[in-house]
Write a protein that binds this ligand. Structure first.
Ligand code: FRU
Length: 454
């Protein structure tokens, strides 16, 4: 095992991983499928790799669930979702096809499984309707329990090359009725909305979307792909979604895209995202490429709502990994703590709401200014050696900061997940120091995160 190999995250043993797909709990087991290519390249005919777990922490690799071996998905079994109905797991995905003229075609397809191990493909259930380009993908299905009806959202690009989210409805999961675009067309949704997910949580609606858009930085136009959520109102009568904002970032870190949620048997709304994305050159420059693998998924998070704000809270099961707890206090001082492991959890309690600085193995620097309530995150870039940086504000004081480190990743949860920062970070092996500084007092707890082989 190299220094970079994850201990408790899902990652490909070899090759390239992107979006989480088909998240479900079925017959007691958690299922996570993911976009996978055997080679470390983002281009190619993707399949659905498959992991299962009984506790969201110990994952078993099940190999490939869906191969791109049919006429309707020969160039890729693209992203999609899962639902459980009458003891059967239904998987909806996009079949990506390049036709003989080299043009893209997309089909929304169905596959089922009775046991969660063997999968039967049933072929396309939806073709691209008039008015859209072939960038029409990533079906997410959910049940309207009151009306015994199924809804599906699909990420789309209109003929005018504008992003939107398309709604379908069905009584039987096979015949789907087109209902139209649900996002207001006068607003800007970039040029493509990938991986939409429409959820209801504590009586509120949220639409999650991974938006592709052009933005200007210093007069230069660049492509940006960013995962946002839109609090709003879903109306079944008109089929429409009225967003209250044009998008709140789901993550303030550097590597987070294509989140997907599902409801588990405990009724929790859980979310897993791709801990990756960005420009192709940036992706392929990551040091794990030399080891033959690239990217991972985030730790599972539970979504909860407080004051209409969506919180991403690490699932409770992660505490199963905790070992070797240590507690420290620091008072108006700077301190270096030594860690032998790079698979750790840190909990920082900032009871005086003071200024705070944390440096993780010299590679990630987190600072909080208690007067302006601003946070800055810096992560040393492996290519340039410079620090990538992002700054943002929080509404309330910074009270807690929970940090998960896993050999080459950092996930920071501020105030129980009010803001989250997800990133890859490549630490120097010999650097064992975590630095804490504060102008008042901090309580710090640390654990080694140890996974017992299942
Ligand atoms: C998002 C995405 C999806 C697509 C998949 C292909 O990262 O582009 O829209 O289905 O990846 O791997």
């Amino acid at each position: 095992m190299s220094n970079y190999t994850f201990n408790y995250h899902i990652y490909p043993k070899s090759g390239f991983l992107n979006d989480p797909n088909g998240l479900a709990q079925f017959k007691g087991k958690y299922h996570v499928f993911y976009q996978w290519l055997e080679e470390v390249t983002p281009q190619g005919a993707k399949c659905w790799g498959h992991y299962v777990s009984t506790d969201l922490v110990h994952w078993k690799d099940q190999g490939i669930a869906l191969h791109p071996d049919s006429w309707y998905d020969k160039n890729g079994v693209y992203s999609g979702s899962a639902i459980v109905h009458e003891d059967t797991l239904y998987l909806f995905y996009t079949g990506n096809v390049r036709n003989s003229r080299g043009e893209r075609e997309s089909y929304q397809c169905l596959a089922t499984s009775e046991d969660g191990e063997n999968f039967k493909k049933h072929g396309p259930v939806i073709e691209v309707p008039k008015g859209y380009t072939a960038h029409f993908r990533d079906p997410k299905v959910w049940k309207d329990k009151e009306n015994n009806y199924w809804w599906m959202v699909i990420g789309a690009q209109t003929q005018e090359l504008k992003g939107n989210v398309v709604l379908y409805g069905s009584y039987n999961l096979e015949d789907w009725e087109y209902k139209g675009n649900i996002l207001p067309e006068q607003m800007n949704w970039g040029y493509m909305c990938e991986c939409p997910d429409l959820i209801e949580l504590q009586g509120n609606n949220y639409l999650l979307v991974s938006k592709q858009e052009k933005i200007k930085i210093n007069e230069e136009e660049i492509d940006q792909s960013i995962a946002v959520y839109l609090p709003g109102e879903f109306s079944q009568e008109i089929p429409s979604y009225a967003p209250l904002s044009d998008g709140i970032r789901l993550d303030e870190g550097f590597d987070y895209y294509a989140p997907q949620t599902f409801l588990d048997d405990k009724g929790r709304r859980l979310l897993i995202a791709w801990m990756g994305g960005g420009e192709i050159d940036y992706q392929l420059s990551q040091p794990t490429v030399n080891e033959g693998w690239l990217h991972g998924l985030t730790i599972p998070r539970e979504l909860v709502v407080f004051d209409k704000t969506l919180y991403q809270k690490p699932v409770d099961e992660l505490a199963l990994l905790r070992a070797n707890k240590k507690d420290f206090m620091i008072n108006n001082e700077e301190k270096h703590l030594n860690f032998t492991s790079k698979s750790i959890e840190l909990l920082v309690e900032n009871r005086d709401c003071s200024n705070l600085k944390i440096k993780l193995f010299h590679t990630v620097i987190f600072t909080y200014d208690s007067v302006s309530k601003s946070i800055t995150i810096k992560r040393q870039n492996w290519l340039t050696n410079q620090y990538d940086s992002n700054s943002f504000y929080i509404e309330t004081d910074l009270e807690t900061c929970r940090i998960f480190i896993d050999c080459s990743s950092v996930e920071i949860f501020i105030n129980h997940g009010e803001k989250v920062l997800t990133m890859r970070a490549y630490f120097e092996e010999e650097n064992n120091k975590v630095y804490f500084g504060s102008n008042k007092s901090l309580k710090i707890s640390s654990w080694d995160l140890v996974k017992e082989e299942s």
